[in-house]
Design a protein around this ligand. Structure first.
Ligand code: GDP
Ligand code: MG
Length: 163
């Protein structure tokens, strides 16, 4: 069985873009437990010579902001179950938000290894977020651009001990 990597993060940070980059065209649609992660997608990913299962915690992007944190928590916990490591994605252009801080607290409380991924970092757009992200207590983040494929060697190095 391949090791499993969960992509965690609030809506719109680029989780699905990263998922698609790592999976390429081999995307599996997965039916999940009702009410937890309605359109979770799972696939076989490859990054250089690393092969792993990857789970995209999709969904809820269009839903009511008032109940988002509770649903994010359910989704995060469901995604962490069975994962060897979590990639916690934040938006390098938007900066760290209260919801990011809340997700970081859940992740710190779990026993899973977490890789902090600062996305949308092309063109040094994430420089301020890199400093802010230290405050999440999850170590030094790695900067990537899921859209442009930057930072993939650093992502590889970060995943290597866990998959
Ligand atoms: P998700 O809601 O976390 O799954 O985020 P998506 O993958 O759907 O991406 C949300 C938006 O961010 C889309 O408009 C993407 O094109 C954009 N996006 C994703 N990755 C990057 C990136 O590396 N750089 C920039 N500039 N935009 C990105
Ligand atoms: Mg998505």
């Amino acid at each position: 069985m391949l090791p499993s990597v969960a992509i965690i993060g609030r809506p719109n940070v680029g989780k699905s873009t990263l998922f698609n980059r790592l999976v390429g065209k081999k995307i599996a649609l997965v039916d999940d437990q009702p009410g937890v992660t309605r359109d979770r997608r799972e696939g076989d990913a490859q990054l250089f010579d690393l092969k792993f299962r990857i789970v995209d915690t999709a969904g809820y992007e269009d839903d009511d902001a008032a109940t988002l944190p509770g649903r994010m928590r359910q989704q995060t916990e469901a995604a962490l179950e069975g994962a060897n490591v979590a990639m916690f994605v934040v938006d390098g252009r938007a900066g760290i938000t209260p919801l990011d801080e809340e997700i970081a607290r859940w992740l710190r409380a779990s026993d899973k290894p977490v890789i902090l991924v600062i996305n949308k970092a092309e063109g040094k757009q994430a420089d301020n977020t890199v400093l802010e992200a230290y405050g999440l207590g999850l170590g030094e983040g790695i900067t990537i651009s899921a859209e442009h494929g930057e930072g993939m060697a650093d992502l590889f190095q970060a995943l290597l001990p866990h998959v």
